[in-house]
Design a protein around this ligand. Structure first.
Ligand code: SF4
Length: 167
């Protein structure tokens, strides 16, 4: 199955995968993928919600440790876990504990046409590619893109430096 949505997705260096293996479903039950910043708006439109309401009900700020020891934040679907509410910021320790994606219901992704960029592209048997994919997404979560979520959560968030424009 191909992504029916935005043409911007089709020009990205990571092709949409048709993979729907048991490892995909395991990811849905343990570790949901990250959105690109614009992908959050697509889900809000899909569910007819504004972004702050979507975030408060269904999303979370996730974190990844970078090779240089720093941390970077980005947005993922909320993971259903005791003690965590949607609309919160997760630590590395919390992210490492498995939890079912809030959008996974009876074996199906309930937002499939607008599922996160990472969910649509990850290949579970290619770990190195998976790391490259996550780092590609992280580059898009700049301080400016994270600013609305810092405001919503009241937390300091760490974004990637903005890309330098080419002359
Ligand atoms: S958004 Fe959909 S594809 Fe991604 S982890 Fe959740 S249920 Fe799975």
């Amino acid at each position: 199955m191909t992504h029916p949505g935005n043409p911007r997705y089709r020009s990205a260096p990571f092709p949409v995968t048709s993979c729907d293996c048991k490892d995909c479903r395991a990811a849905c039950q343990n570790s949901p993928g990250w959105f690109m910043p614009g992908g959050v708006r697509a889900v809000a439109n899909h569910l007819n919600l504004d972004v702050p309401t979507l975030f408060a009900k269904y999303l979370a700020v996730s974190v990844t440790a970078m090779p240089d020891g720093t941390q970077r934040h980005g947005v993922m679907p909320h993971k259903l876990r005791d003690g965590k509410k949607p609309g919160s910021v997760w630590t590395l320790e919390e992210v490492a504990v498995p939890g079912r994606c809030v959008f996974f219901d009876r074996g199906q992704c309930t937002i499939y046409p607008v599922r996160p960029y990472e969910c649509a592209r990850v290949m579970h048997d290619k770990q190195r590619e998976g790391v490259r994919l996550r780092h590609h997404i992280i580059k898009s979560w700049t301080p400016a893109e994270l600013a609305p979520y810092a405001e919503l959560t009241g937390k300091r968030l760490f974004g990637s430096p903005p890309r330098k424009s080419r002359r």
